[in-house]
Design a protein around this ligand. Structure first.
Ligand code: ADP
Ligand code: ZN
Length: 608
């Protein structure tokens, strides 16, 4: 098993595992079933690609989208791994050729669509040694999720056919229902479940409130100009906005294109292709865009409008910075967006759920506590530290030691047996004498009236903050009740201090021009990759683009942005030094090393 790390270096050019990769890979090579939950960009692919290289035979990888399969196969081939994909878009003779290679044992990873599995089950799959089975985007099997695909429901047959072969299911959707569904429907046997942190510290977070069309455009232009030649996505709710915004940006000299479900197919594929291959910088899109692409060097995602739920928001911003480099996200939020989304939610046929989700999204937008803490707590991951990379952290509202307020609230909740909701809590703190409170005997609690000096509205705000800071959580079973978390208990016991934000006016004044400027520059520093030498990176990027064009693959397949930045920092002058660069495996070393070293030498003035 010690030989796993050298394999990681040889084929992928990485020196160490990302969190959980090592653990997951060990389970799989020992023949066990695994469910892996990792955020976008967490490094799921290596979790089955490395075992596929380690184990004898061919790994079968099920993936829902042809574009995703193509991307991964190209990436593997670029690293010298024999891989192929079998799908309905290929002509018959190409498919036979791939089958032949598999039968000869030449292919280490075979990507197949779920329909393909049914078609090949008794033919090809019965006649090759299957080393492992990987089910990518495994949440597609669940009717609970948003991406349900009926073809996935038939994948249980794999475990019947290959009872002794390890199955690894992977997804970035972490909710419990989906998790249970995946395990049951794939008939995983006693699987170890790995849940990686959903934190994406490299993504900066910012929300701007109440900007009009013109102000948005000006702000967007400023961001784009601070990231020349970099890739970005702007999500709009309305199709018309994607078109008008793209036109306005083009008029300002930016290579942008619109993308939405109403455009003709050829135009949409061309736009997607141009974006993947770095021929255009920016796509203005409805949410339909981004699903099927693995592009790792998206440097910014902007929400022109507020998304309808935190899940959607997180998935969309997750398309930025998959390579781990600093990337920028920004959301514009307005009451008009909010009203429109409310109407959508009410008409959705699932209005309760959707309105709840929307109100959490709204609370995120209006928060004056660290936004990342809100997100992580929302996804059930306790986070006790401010992130330092969101607009609230960078531009903090003033804080005060609110430990006593927290202690009052938490102690009232515990004394009432954690059976009360928000309103009852505030009524206890403020010594209300309403009948229901008296009937429960809450007026006898020691904390009754302990917070009567503050108005109802202020308590409401502070308790929202306590939820957002992870001191309290809401239990939605039956009527919602408040529960004290372990982090809350630490404040209660005086072991931790709770810094609450001073309550702002409900409708804060528009930021002044000066304020906006300082916000913009804060956003810029947060999004600029820490590169030793920007012009060298630019030269390396140009070289990468020309090689990519020659080989007819997307530039990020040649090297990721992370590799280019590492190169610019290390400035390797020999092939020996070049092996140290992140993402340089044996094949890329020999194929591209000399060219990139040449560029570096040139930048140092070592060559004429
Ligand atoms: P996911 O499928 O979870 O979204 P990927 O498998 O596409 O993530 O990996 C995201 C990025 O992280 C890729 O650019 C990949 O090369 C990089 N990566 C994966 N594993 C490692 C590692 N151990 N060290 C450094 N980079 C890694
Ligand atoms: Zn923060």
């Amino acid at each position: 098993m010690q030989s796993l790390l050298p394999l990681l270096k040889q084929y992928f050019g990485f020196d160490s595992f990302r969190p959980l990769q090592g653990e997951i890979i060990r389970e799989v090579v020992e023949g066990k079933d695994v469910l892996a939950l990792m955020p976008t960009g967490g490094g799921k692919s290596v979790c089955f690609q490395l075992p596929a290289l380690y184990l004898e035979g061919t790994a079968i990888v099920v993936s829902p989208l042809i574009a995703l399969m193509k991307d991964q196969v190209e990436s593997l081939k670029a690293n010298g791994v024999p891989a192929a994909s079998l799908n309905s878009s290929l002509p018959d003779d190409e498919r036979s050729e791939i089958r032949r290679h598999c039968l000869l044992g030449h292919i280490k990873l075979l990507y197949i669509s779920p329909e393909g599995i049914q078609a090949e089950l008794n033919g090809l799959l019965a006649n090759i040694k299957v080393s492992l089975i990987a089910i990518d985007e495994a949440h597609c099997i669940s009717r609970w999720g948003h991406d349900f695909r009926p073809e996935y429901a038939q994948l249980a047959v794999l475990k019947e056919r290959f009872p002794a072969t390890p199955v690894i299911a992977l997804t970035a959707t972490a909710d419990k229902m989906t998790r249970i569904d995946v395990v049951e429907q794939l008939r995983l046997s006693n699987p170890q479940i790995f849940i990686a942190s959903f934190d994406r510290p490299n993504l900066s977070l910012a929300v701007l409130r109440g900007y009009g069309k013109k102000e948005k455009l000006a702000y967007i232009l400023k961001i784009i100009r601070s990231l020349p030649g970099q890739s970005g996505i702007i999500y709009c709710t309305k199709r018309a906005d994607t078109e008008s915004l793209a036109a306005e940006l083009r008029a300002s000299g930016i290579s942008a294109a619109p993308y939405h479900a109403g455009l003709p197919n050829p135009e949409r594929s061309r736009t997607q292709d141009d974006f993947i291959n770095d021929r255009i910088d920016l796509v203005c899109a409805t949410i339909a865009f981004g699903m099927g692409i693995d592009k790792s060097n998206v440097r910014y995602v902007i929400h022109y409008n507020m998304p309808g739920s935190i899940e959607n928001y997180y998935q969309e911003i997750g398309r930025a910075g998959r390579d781990g480099l600093p990337s920028h996200t920004l959301m514009f939020y307005s009451l008009a967006d909010l009203m429109m989304l409310k109407r959508f939610a009410e008409d959705s046929g699932q209005s309760d759920v959707n309105l709840d989700k929307l109100s959490l999204m709204q609370r995120f937008c209006e928060a004056d506590v660290c936004r990342r803490r809100i997100l992580l707590n929302y996804f059930g991951e306790a986070s006790e530290h401010d992130c330092g990379n969101c607009d609230v952290c960078l531009n903090p509202t003033s804080r005060f030691d609110g430990s006593i307020l927290v202690q009052k609230a938490l102690s009232a909740i515990l004394r009432a047996g954690e059976r009360i909701g928000l309103r009852m809590l505030i009524d206890i703190l403020r010594a209300s004498s309403r009948a229901e409170l008296i009937a429960e005997g809450y007026h006898l609690l020691k904390t009754y009236g302990a917070g009567r000096d503050l108005p109802y509205r202020s308590w409401q705000e502070y308790i929202y903050q306590m939820i957002q800071l992870g001191y309290l959580e809401i239990d939605y079973h039956g009527s919602p009740t408040l529960k004290v978390t372990p982090a809350g208990r630490r404040v209660l016991q005086g072991e931790a201090q709770a810094l609450l934000a001073v309550i702002r006016d409900p409708e804060p004044a528009r930021p002044s021009a000066k304020e906006k400027k300082s916000k913009a520059s804060a956003a810029r520093t947060a999004s600029e990759p820490a590169s030793a030498d920007a012009s060298l990176v630019e030269a390396l990027r140009t070289l990468r683009r020309s090689i990519a064009r020659e080989e007819n693959v997307p530039p990020y397949i040649i090297f990721s942005d992370a590799s280019l930045h590492d190169m610019a920092q290390r400035k390797p002058l020999s092939l020996d030094d070049f092996t140290e660069v992140r993402g340089v495996g044996a094949v890329k070393l020999h194929k591209y090393g000399a060219a990139f070293i040449g560029e570096i030498r040139k930048s140092l003035g070592l060559d004429s």
